[in-house]
Unconditional design. Structure first.
Length: 470
């Protein structure tokens, strides 16, 4: 990138205090590239660049910085510069910064805002965390239905320079209720003597300020819009959400889901920004849960001591059984979690999912089962490793694989649906969690099938023990 190429030159100019040349070097760089420069510059150099940039460009650069870099930059700037940047920032970008900062620091920054900007900041921060209200900006254009198109153009010329988006204007009544939205294209091609009512179609989409921000992601994807209006509980227009803000939300939500699916509590900051102790807390909890779950595998094996004593060869296939069931469960879990996140399926589709996964489990289990039987029966050292009854052992292992893979597939696919039904995040049913659950039950299925199939051959007991081994 251009900013990376200029970084050595920028640092040399700062060290030489040649601010005229520095200003010229930065003049043609877009705000995004200047923001990239800051990632490898010390805070004192960042402060120098902010001081020589024009106020408008400094604000644009600041808005493109990650939140943690914004916090560092604020510490390096003087109070007057901080106030200027914060007052010029887009309301939604400023809210994203303030909500990530400690309460005391956030309040100090709010106190630097002008009365009008402070009122906006407090209002947006008053919405619930991770709600659409926290992501919206009040910078929109509203018009009345009885205005002529000529009047609308006059209004746009007066207020348009202060607004972030003019792609769509919103029709409201005298009390601010949202009536319709009209694309600028439709206004441009309309007759200047027509009224707004003449070009309204009453077909519009809106978001609720108190809804979860994931609703905004789904709405933008479904309706293919660049901006959507936000209303309160009384249907009063209170702001707009733009697609760039929603892309940030989508990235954040996807990151959290990936982390949860890896059995890690969602991180609240970039990987390298998390201190060691916090990282251990995020990871140790789930690892302990999975560890305790795996302990039940030993307990389950204790139920079948007699079978293990009589046929040592059965233990050779325990890793095969556990990994096959866990992998099948992880597949089903990952597919269903992603389908739920994309809105491809709903909890009402649980029976269709169940039927599909039962058939999938039977087919996949049969494929693995046949492969296992072939491997055992045709293994050159089959008698030495598995004994003279290797064919029966192969049949037991193959049959067990069908049951274990079927069970893993059903559990992996149904658990996310159940969690969604109970109001939890389906991503919590992570692949490691499903694998651990299927490991324990897979051992039971394996040895139970072996007991039934091999009972006459090896004179096993006819029923499961009724007490746990001490």
């Amino acid at each position: 990138m251009l900013g990376d190429l200029l970084q050595p030159e920028i640092e040399e100019l700062i060290e030489a205090r040649d601010f005229t040349a520095l200003r010229e070097a930065l003049a043609d760089l877009p705000p995004e590239d200047i923001a990239d420069l800051f990632s490898d510059l010390p805070p004192e150099h960042v402060a120098v660049i902010f001081r020589i940039l024009p106020r408008d460009k400094a604000t644009d650069v600041f808005a493109h910085l990650p939140v943690e870099s914004q916090e560092s930059a604020l510490k390096a700037l003087g109070q007057e510069q901080v106030a200027a940047v914060l007052n010029d920032m887009a309301a939604d970008d400023r809210t994203a910064l303030l909500e990530e900062m400690p309460g005391e620091a956030s309040q100090r920054l709010i106190n630097l805002l002008s009365p009008d900007e402070r009122k906006i900041a407090v209002k947006l921060l008053g919405y619930p965390e991770e709600s659409i209200g926290r992501r919206m900006t009040p910078e929109y254009v509203s018009i009345r239905e009885d205005w002529t198109i000529s009047h609308v153009f006059s209004h746009l010329r007066n207020v348009g320079k202060e607004k972030d988006s003019l792609n769509v204007v919103y029709v409201t009544d005298a009390k601010g209720h949202l009536i319709d939205d009209i694309r600028l294209r439709d206004i441009v091609v309309a007759d200047p003597n027509e009224t707004v009512t003449d070009i309204m179609d009453g077909n519009f989409v809106f978001l609720k300020a108190h809804d979860d921000q994931e609703e905004a992601v789904r709405a933008f994807k479904k309706y293919d819009r660049s901006v959507l209006p936000v209303v309160d509980s009384d249907n009063v227009l209170v702001g707009i959400v733009t697609v760039d803000d929603v892309l940030d939300v989508a990235e954040q939500e996807e990151t959290e889901d990936v982390q949860k699916m890896a059995a890690v509590a969602a991180l609240d900051a970039p990987y390298l920004a998390i201190d060691f102790v916090t990282m251990m807390k995020k990871r140790a909890g789930w690892l302990m849960v999975l560890f305790v779950g795996e302990l039940f595998t030993a307990t389950a094996m204790g139920y079948f001591e007699h079978e293990i004593e009589r046929v040592i060869a059965l233990t050779l296939f325990i890793p095969l059984i556990m990994s096959s069931g866990g992998n099948a469960g992880s597949q089903g879990s990952s597919l269903v979690i992603r389908a739920l996140a994309l809105g491809e399926i709903n909890i009402s589709d649980w029976w269709r999912i169940m039927r599909r996964e039962v058939m999938s489990g039977l087919v996949l289990g049969s494929i693995l089962g046949v492969a296992a039987v072939i491997r055992i029966v045709f293994w050159p050292w089959r008698v030495e490793q598995y004994g003279e009854h290797y064919a029966m052992i192969g049949f037991a292992v193959g049959t067990s694989l069908v049951g274990v893979v079927l069970w893993g597939t059903v559990v992996g696919s149904m658990l996310p649906v159940l969690l969604r039904r109970l109001g939890f995040d389906p991503a919590v049913s992570s692949a490691p969690f499903v694998a651990t659950l299927v490991d324990v039950t897979g051992i039971v299925i394996y040895f139970l099938a072996a007991r039934i199939i091999l009972s006459h051959t090896f004179n096993f007991a006819g029923a499961l023990p009724t007490t746990m081994p001490s």
